[in-house]
Ligand binder design. Structure first.
Ligand code: BGC
Length: 900
């Protein structure tokens, strides 16, 4: 048995973290069956050599009898700022034999004390002396092409001398804005749009870079390039206050710690001695795009050889109350290049490049142009009927990048501080037809490790799965957004609580959503209200800071999902009080257990198809479900009393729900698909009425010739509830449907992502209302949970997948399916085929876990495993047989079931 996949705080070898406690996780690999961990030993040292000699001078846990591998708190010597900790683990198996020590992993602490910070915020101050010259020389250049008040990015630099050999050097940097940092001309790291979006009034993340190899004895330079980003640029569709949400212009904060071989130390920090200039980027805004004038390039401005005498002194900006905090999650990165597929010409004559994939990111442009030739790239998700770029749905987000050529040789450029949601690029100013090589899509998102794969015999479902992943990539960009395209891009709480269950199959979202939960609690009001969007800004606060049912409820649902998928009780403990406050807020406003008051903007089953569910019914159903989740979480953190009280709350809400909304014949008030789905999934019906209610649901779908009517909220439950309530064939029919409205309809129209609306574009009506019609919105992708959990059949039966449920539901139209999920405990896989009356199922269950396998077969079926009678197979125990399912318990290992 081997410990693998070592993680610290859900990340691999994180640097600059300040979590307390620090928690360590590993997965296990082993041959054979029924392998279990019975003990572990963790060793942590301050130097890898030490560790390899078997010395854990920071912590040697000794042999600890435990089967746990998830999130074990570090209990060694207290750690100080900037300390790097190397660690490894070995494990004992079921026969008390121990493994080798794992490969070495590490984590590094950030700056833990406010007094560790010597840096000052620096930025642009109005030029002190020769203001007239400044205006002529710079100001006009930077504002004449900038009709929306953007601030040009600032280049800032500081030369310094090093006179002794360096042992270790580290940069800590961040921005109120977005930045790149450099040392001696080299960019630090390859993350984009750092430090990402938080409510900068409350907290700002800093990044940590090892620059030991970047320094030389002699003259050195540290530098920063800072743009507006979420801090002062456009965001959130607030047309009254489009910019300057957190402040009027960006600023930079950095400090370099140099430790010399002789033991001495030097700190170089941002302060008034740095100098500043503008450069080739005229402006760069997340929504509007970037304008870049290659003739204004500063050359090696971040290198020692550069003469910056003409640069101005920076302005020192005030500190505010925001807490500087260490790394919490994966940064935004360019994760893939998408080559251009084809070039077409619109009736207007405009050249359109098709990347074949709707994505979030930017374009890399490759041209040979004349000096001053201006090339404009407009981005859009769709084409109009005449082949021109469709941009009406982007609102005020101009999504246009302009490159002004230097005229020297081949020029390769991509914008620095902007991101667009697009598939098509209109290229203007090139004179002739652009070549495919001219434009490459650069895909950007928070770089979460992929954890899921899904493939089956239906190409439609495979495409649907792919579209779901692209929807997630496009919208997990520092925070979970609604869309990457129009002038909105906000952290809508309702959207993520619906999609999280799918998101956590396809990618490792543990740290990403742990970070966002902090954003959400930062945005919670004193009254306990979780808002509609997080992070908040001063300008969007009044509109969206009130919590709507199913939106504000994300504050309970998201931590619960992370707890379930990753076995993380830390997120529960950290936010328990915030969740309690939200629950108390709802309760104090709704003493009779129907959620009728304080529902604020109450979006209800948003974007349903003319099937309006009773708003109070929906709100009450969500409240009931939150009570269940609260009870489960309270129990998980040892708050038994609270668990009891939430269970009681659930009972009271359920009774009130039945009295108010459930009729004796099993019908529900307002009777929409969503009403039945929520009542069934959240257990809000008397037992005997469940099958009847399910039949009403089926009847509604049939009355629409097998079509759905659900909006954002109902859709998540649709196929799952149908399958779970004995209507699996209908679930498959909906999932495979290709006529309007359905997932398949959008795919037939060429969708490569999930659309915001079922009718985003239809043959009869064309485009929906441009004011709100994104083609990259992940909500309707919440069916992904059914693909993994029901079609392939991989579900967690206990938190963190310590117990696994493998319960595939083959259905009409799909005769084989294969999926895998990389849980933190290890790799889980399920593969089935179902043809000619034979059902085959191969499963892989990671060491230290057990799985209950449900074979969807007749009661009298003959079950073989690896070719022999299942009952004689190692690690296989049949536990139940009833009509339609044979249930089997297995230990870890690979199993091949065959049923006749
Ligand atoms: C957003 C949604 C969000 C909704 C709430 C829209 O503008 O794009 O995704 O949940 O508003 O009504």
């Amino acid at each position: 048995m081997r410990p693998v996949g070592l993680k610290c705080e859900h990340m691999t070898d994180p640097v600059g973290i300040d979590a307390d406690p620090i928690r360590l996780t590993w997965g296990l690999q082993a041959e054979g069956r029924c392998r279990r961990q019975t003990a572990y030993q963790i060793m942590v040292a301050d130097d890898p050599e030490r560790l390899s000699r078997g010395e854990g001078n920071l912590w040697d846990s000794d042999k600890i009898a435990s089967d746990n591998t998830l999130l074990i708190p570090y209990e060694g010597r207290p750690l100080s700022s900037r300390q790097r900790c190397w660690w490894q683990v070995r494990v004992w198996d079921e026969s008390d034999a121990h493994s080798e020590f794992s490969d070495t992993a590490f984590w590094e602490m950030g700056l833990l004390e406010p007094s560790d910070w010597h840096a000052q915020w620096i930025g642009f101050q109005n030029p002190p002396i020769d203001a007239t010259a400044f205006e002529e020389e710079w100001f006009r250049a930077y504002y004449q092409d900038n009709d929306f008040g953007a601030v040009p990015p600032f280049h800032m630099r500081k030369p310094f001398a090093i006179d002794r050999p360096v042992q270790r050097a580290t940069v800590y940097a961040t921005a109120r804005g977005v930045y790149h940092a450099f040392v001696n001309g080299r960019r630090l790291g390859d993350a984009e749009l750092q430090p990402g979006w938080t409510d900068y009034r409350v907290r700002i993340e800093y990044q940590t870079f090892d620059v030991t190899d970047f320094l030389t004895v002699g003259e050195n330079v540290i530098a920063g390039l800072v743009g507006e980003g979420w801090y002062s640029g456009r965001l959130g569709g607030e047309e009254k206050h489009p910019t300057g949400h957190y402040g009027p212009r960006p600023s930079f904060l950095a400090q370099l710690h140099v430790e010399f071989e002789d033991g001495s130390e030097q700190i170089i920090a941002t302060d008034s001695s740095w100098r500043l200039s503008f450069g080739a980027i005229i402006y760069s805004d997340l929504h509007m795009g970037e304008r870049y004038d290659a003739r204004r390039e500063l050359g090696a401005w971040h290198s020692p050889c550069f003469d910056a005498n003409a640069w101005w002194p920076v302005g020192v900006e005030t500190h505010d109350d925001a807490v500087l905090c260490g790394r919490t999650t994966h940064p935004i990165m360019v994760t893939e290049d998408v080559p251009a597929r084809s070039v077409s010409r619109a009736r207007s004559g405009a050249w359109i490049v098709d990347l074949g994939q709707n994505m979030a990111g930017r374009v890399r442009l490759r041209v040979r142009g004349r000096e001053a030739q201006e090339i404009r790239l407009r981005h859009g998700e769709m084409l109009d009927a005449d082949g021109s770029l469709y941009t009406e749905n982007l609102g005020s987000a101009r999504a246009e990048d302009t490159y002004i050529c230097s005229g020297i040789g081949e020029e390769v450029w991509e914008p620095t501080f902007t991101i667009h949601g697009f598939r098509y690029v209109e290229v203007m100013g090139v004179g002739k037809e652009p070549s495919l090589e001219m434009v490459t899509g650069r895909v950007m998102h928070s770089a979460m490790p992929p954890t899921g794969s899904f493939e089956c015999s239906s190409e439609l479902l495979n495409t649907l799965h792919r579209n779901i992943i692209w929807g997630q990539r496009g919208n997990f960009v520092s925070i979970p957004t609604d869309c990457p395209n129009r002038n909105e891009r906000l952290g809508w709480t309702g959207d993520i609580q619906v999609f999280v269950h799918t998101a956590a199959y396809t990618m490792d979202v543990a740290s990403f959503l742990t970070k966002w939960m902090v954003d959400l609690t930062d945005a919670q009001s004193d009254a306990g209200v979780f808002p509609d969007v997080a992070p908040l800004t001063p300008f969007i606060e009044p509109a969206f800071s009130k919590g709507s049912p199913a939106w504000g409820d994300a504050g309970v649902i998201v931590p619960w999902s992370i707890y379930r998928r990753y076995g993380d009780t830390g997120i529960v403990a950290r936010h328990f009080e915030a969740m309690e406050n939200w629950m108390a807020f709802i309760r104090s406003n709704n003493p009779d257990h129907l959620r009728r008051n304080a529902t604020f903007r109450d979006y209800s089953d948003w974007l349903n198809l003319d099937a309006r569910v009773d708003k109070e019914l929906l709100a009450t159903a969500y409240w009931a479900w939150c009570a269940v989740l609260m009870a489960e979480m309270a129990e998980a953190i040892g708050r038994e009393n609270r668990a009891v009280s939430y269970r009681r709350l659930f009972d009271s809400i359920k009774n009130a729900f039945i009295d108010a909304y459930v009729f004796d014949d099993g019908r529900l008030k307002s009777g929409t698909q969503t009403a039945y789905l929520l009542a069934l999934d959240f257990d809000l019906l008397p037992e005997d009425l469940r099958p009847v209610a399910a039949r009403h649901l089926v009847a509604d779908i049939e009355s629409r010739q097998g079509h759905l009517s659900t909006g954002f909220l109902g859709v998540r439950h649709l196929c799952r509830v149908l399958t779970d309530s004995g209507h699996n064939d209908l679930a498959y029919r909906l999932a495979l449907e290709e006529t309007y409205p359905s997932w398949g309809y959008s795919i037939r129209q060429g969708a490569t992502t999930i659309w915001e609306r079922w009718d985003g574009w239809t043959e009869h009506e064309g485009f929906q209302n441009a004011a709100m019609n994104s083609f990259n919105h992940y909500c309707f992708g919440s069916i992904g949970e059914w693909l993994y959990g029901h079609v392939a059949g991989i579900q967690e039966a206990s938190p963190g997948f310590r117990k696994i449920l493998i319960k595939p539901y083959p259905g009409p139209g799909v005769d084989r399916c294969r999926a895998e999920y990389h849980a933190h405990v290890g790799r889980i896989a399920a593969e089935w085929s179902n043809s000619n009356g034979e059902f085959h199922l191969n499963v892989e269950v990671p060491p230290n876990t057990t799985a209950t396998v449900h074979l969807p077969v007749r009661r009298d079926a003959v079950v073989l495993e690896s070719g022999g009678p299942a009952e004689r197979s190692e690690g296989v125990t049949e536990i139940d047989r009833r009509d339609g399912v044979v249930s089997i318990e297995v230990g870890s290992g690979r199993f091949e079931f065959e049923v006749r």
